[in-house]
Write a protein of this length. Sequence first.
Length: 103
Amino acid sequence: DGHLRAGMTVKEAERAIRAYNPWPGAFVTYRDERLSIWRSHLEAGEGEGAAGALRVIERKPALGLKGGWLVLDELQRTGSKRVSGEQFVNGERGLLQPVVGLA
């Protein structure tokens, strides 16, 4: 139920992340594994990204959806601890996947 969908607007996705915290948890698919999203915020004035596109804004990963970009503030890979968006980007060492999987 928490898998973010490609047809969502950025506002709907941000609300879903808050609504699904802590259970069942909102997530996307990243590098063929579940990437849980615990906190996020909308980025105003950055234009609109293609659904599922991933880029860095404010040194954090940002997910493109209808109506703008959703900056991912706190994430968790399966079997790992929660990390900040900055820690996630640093851990990827410049090799951030350009797209995530949406339902």
